[in-house]
Ligand binder design. Structure first.
Ligand code: GAF
Length: 381
């Protein structure tokens, strides 16, 4: 939450301010932006009290907002109509997210509202790039700003997570909200999900002649919520059998008789080790060497945790086949996006291979773009 606005967030904010004026005939009191994210490594570890390492993407959701006599929510992506609510309970569609944030803030002792909130965004939706967390983060900052609450950022992330858990009904961990609120430009954020302690690790790939490609498979998410909840339940059961509160504390060489639970546990334990190894390499400037860890993470998510998909596997296999240093799915899985670490000189070749592989397999055409580590959530003006 720094004071220098990201230039792209500032551009989006101008559009949001104009749309707010158009909808309400007045100026917003302020504009707040929160980004989507890529998780570099550390997948399905957050709810096991483990380690993650996301970075913010230069895609933002901007909230233009002002105090008002009633709740009014407008978006530039929903046809521009304004939804007026007498009460926050029962809000539907995208409005369920800002309504959930306002309710969770009140629950936490930060009463807010009512307010006019207009939302404008270029965070891809349904792509595992945290559009929900970006929406929650932008609305949180807007409401906290309007109603004068100075909330520690760790608490802000926890409130946004509870908004999603308690009122949207998605049992997510703390990764996405923390990433959107706490990442810093030019850095990946190594975070311990047990206490949200974190270290910003320099992550400027261009200095090393490398790029990070994001492959949005354009595949619809399938069974995301039910399968996600099932993985959480497996982890809780495995931890219970081992007598630990979270799998992060399972002994390294523990084994479980239940073959499926054993694989789930192995993923969590080895993934935590990979995050620690990747953070150590990045701190030593040995960026290219994290490639193997990314690919090992994907293999573990594919076979042990079983959250990949045919589209994600196609993208990862094609990227590696075309010379990527490493590749993996990112986010919850079952569709969404993959990432590939590549030498800048081979980026085009890898992109073409990924698109060609999808076409050959009759899969949706992926969208491939280069990611840079952008700034976390902040007030634009
Ligand atoms: C989703 C969840 F929202 C996160 O909390 C995290 O568990 C992730 O899947 C998997 O690492 O994005």
């Amino acid at each position: 939450m720094t004071s220098t606005p990201d230039p792209h967030a500032a551009e989006l904010a101008e559009t949001a301010a104009a749309a707010f004026r158009e909808a309400h005939g007045t100026e917003p009191e302020g504009l707040w932006a929160a980004p989507g994210r890529v998780n570099l490594i550390g997948e399905h570890t957050d709810y096991n009290d483990g380690f993650v390492m996301p970075f913010a993407l230069p895609f933002y959701t901007v909230a233009a907002a002002a105090k008002a006599d009633a709740w009014e929510f407008t978006s530039t992506f929903g046809g521009g109509e304004t939804v007026r609510l007498d009460r926050l309970e029962g809000a539907e569609g995208w409005v369920a997210y800002p309504a959930a944030v306002a309710r969770a803030m009140a629950d936490a002792g930060y009463p807010v509202g009512p307010a006019r909130v207009l939302v404008h965004s270029d965070v891809p939706t349904g792509a595992s790039l945290s559009s929900s967390a970006a929406l929650e983060g932008a609305v949180f900052l807007a409401l906290a700003g309007l109603y004068g609450h100075d909330v520690p950022v760790e608490e802000a992330a926890a409130i946004c997570q509870r908004a999603e858990n308690d009122y949207v009904g998605m049992p997510c961990g703390i990764l996405d909200q923390s990433a959107s609120l706490m990442c810093e430009a030019g850095h990946a954020m190594f975070m311990d999900c047990r206490d949200l302690s974190r270290e910003q690790v320099p992550f400027k790939l261009e200095d090393e002649g490398l790029v990070m490609l994001v492959v949005d498979t354009n595949a619809p998410h399938r069974l995301v919520d039910s399968e996600y909840a099932a993985r959480r339940a497996d982890c809780e059961k495995a931890a219970g059998l081992l007598g630990v509160s979270h799998l992060r504390d399972a002994p390294r060489h523990a084994r479980l008789d239940d073959e499926r639970l054993d694989r789930r546990m192995r993923h969590v334990l080895t993934e935590d080790e990979r995050v620690l190894a990747a953070a150590a390499l990045l701190k030593e400037g040995r960026v290219a060497e994290i490639g193997e860890l990314l690919t090992a993470s994907h293999t573990s998510l594919r076979y042990d945790y079983e959250v990949s998909s045919v589209e994600l596997d196609s993208a990862v296999d094609a990227a590696i086949g075309a010379g990527a240093l490493g590749a993996r799915m990112t986010g919850g899985g079952f569709g969404g996006s993959a990432i590939a670490l590549v030498e800048a000189a081979s980026a085009r070749k890898v992109e073409a291979a990924v698109i060609d592989a999808a076409a050959q397999a009759g899969l949706p055409v992926p969208r491939v773009f280069v990611a840079r580590a952008a700034q976390g959530a902040h007030r634009v003006r």
